[in-house]
Ligand binder design. Structure first.
Ligand SMILES: Cc1ncc(COP(=O)(O)O)c(C=O)c1O
Length: 440
């Protein structure tokens, strides 16, 4: 049986749902990343490190809510908090104490966070960050790096996947694309040249490297970037949607010891429910506040709305999560699991005779069939078929991980890791047996 034959045999109900979904949902999926050939699985429920699909298959999960579930699925403290809050009201149409407690936790944990404003997603957070930086500096251009992902809004679609001169999406006006200056990662000279133009409001980056560290940031680079942006009066934005509360209780900025001006957060910050945040230095964040001067409030203030911002249901999950994430032993445990898994999976790849390696930092692992990417960025999009096949082969073996990364939670244990390594060995073995790497 081929990998796809086995996948189809194990996922008959998922296949039927996918057929149905395409009648009412474009392409049958609700997030581009769920695109999977031959078809995606439909998951019914989850608990801890496991999830179960509609065909009854069990998986050790490394998607973990796209990295949002650092405490695993349905952590009892989060479930309790949400259950209690849902009965008290999901939207109070008013300020409430939970948003204050949530903001206090963020400002306590994240080094740059003097003030925080909640959004409903990471995309909204990076959109707002760019707006605040532009308002603060009076300049319009944003420097971003090739391979770095900051959500799907118009200002962030440039230079995400190779070929980098083609935006990630159609439908974005050229005038908007022109506002973004793209630089290669880890090349401080390129940023210096860009900042010397004098029209740059901000530099935004994923501090640990583009796409969850797929292209890792080299040591010392963040310090150089901090010094350079300070010298030019340019706002430094760390997009910590992935790394926030994961690399350490204070995110990548505490882990690497470099404090940006603004930080964007999502995923873990709202405890596995929808949400995000922009936080940062008081002079920048204060641009969002009313001052009581009608002219300033109307024309110079940064406007920000959002029906569900800081709604009490998300706030309750967030507080329960962040109170636990404040204990650095959780990140230490997950980071150690990350180290072990990366080492074991690299060994498996060698043993099975598969090209590439497994690498990463903290509690994230990347499986790459081309090795660590260089400045040209990952080759993954061109080889999508191979990564889709890996995902199917892994699901046949009871593990679900994104095409090339996995997010380890604080509750993945030794048994999970052992079974994962065995599953990778069988999955990669099946790929080799099928001749999947023939032309690699
Ligand atoms: C670094 C980074 N920034 C921004 C986003 C967008 O966040 P959201 O999906 O909540 O809009 C993501 C999503 O994965 C991300 O990884």
């Amino acid at each position: 049986m081929t990998i796809h034959d086995e996948y189809r045999a194990k996922h008959a109900k998922s296949a039927a749902l996918w057929e149905r979904s395409r009648q009412s949902i474009p392409g049958g999926i609700t997030h581009d990343i769920r695109h999977l050939a031959p078809f995606p699985t439909y998951v019914e429920r989850a608990a801890g490190t496991r999830k179960w699909d509609v065909d009854g298959n069990e998986y050790i999960d490394y998607w973990m809510g796209h990295g949002a579930l650092f405490l695993g699925h349905c952590h009892p403290a989060v479930v309790r908090a949400v259950q209690e809050q849902v009965a008290r009201g999901t939207h109070l149409g008013a300020c409430h104490e939970l948003e204050v407690r949530w903001a206090e936790l963020v400002t306590r944990l994240v080094p740059c966070a003097e003030l925080v404003r909640f959004t409903m997603s990471g995309t909204e957070a990076t959109h707002l960050a760019m707006r605040v930086a532009r308002a603060f500096t009076g300049r319009s251009r944003i420097v971003k790096f090739t391979g770095h992902f900051h959500g799907w809004h118009d200002g962030a679609v440039v230079g995400v996947n190779p070929p980098y001169d083609v935006p990630m999406s159609a439908g974005v006006p050229g005038a908007t694309l022109d506002q973004v200056v793209i630089c290669p990662p880890n090349d401080i000279k390129a940023v210096q040249v860009a900042l010397e133009r004098g029209d740059v409001a901000a530099v935004i980056l994923e501090p640990a490297g583009g796409q969850s560290g797929t292209t890792p940031t080299i040591p010392g680079y963040l310090q150089e970037l901090r010094a350079l942006t300070t010298r030019h009066g340019v706002v430094l934005i760390f997009d910590e949607v992935i790394t926030g509360f994961r690399y350490s209780p204070g995110g990548a900025q505490a882990y690497f010891g470099v404090t940006p001006d603004l930080t964007t957060l999502a995923k873990i910050v709202s405890g596995g429910l929808p949400g995000g945040a922009l936080c940062g230095r008081r002079p920048l964040m204060s641009l969002l506040a009313f001052r009581g001067d009608p002219d300033w409030d109307r024309s110079q203030r940064v406007a920000h709305a959002g029906t569900f911002n800081a709604n009490p249901l998300c706030a309750s999950a967030a507080i329960a999560t962040l109170e636990l994430c404040a204990d650095a032993s959780l990140q230490a445990r997950a980071n150690k699991a990350g180290e072990e898994l990366r080492r074991s999976l690299s060994d498996v790849m060698k043993r099975v005779g598969v090209p590439g390696t497994c690498y990463g930092e903290a509690s994230i692992f990347h499986v790459s069939f081309e090795g660590k990417p260089g400045l040209a960025g990952p080759d993954r999009p061109r080889r999508a078929g191979l990564y889709h096949l890996l995902r199917c082969a892994l699901m046949n073996q009871g593990v679900d991980s994104s095409m090339n990364h996995g997010w380890i939670s604080a509750v993945h244990g030794d048994e999970d890791l052992e079974r994962t390594v065995q599953a990778y060995e069988r999955a990669l073995g099946a790929m080799v047996a099928e001749g999947a790497f023939g032309g690699a």
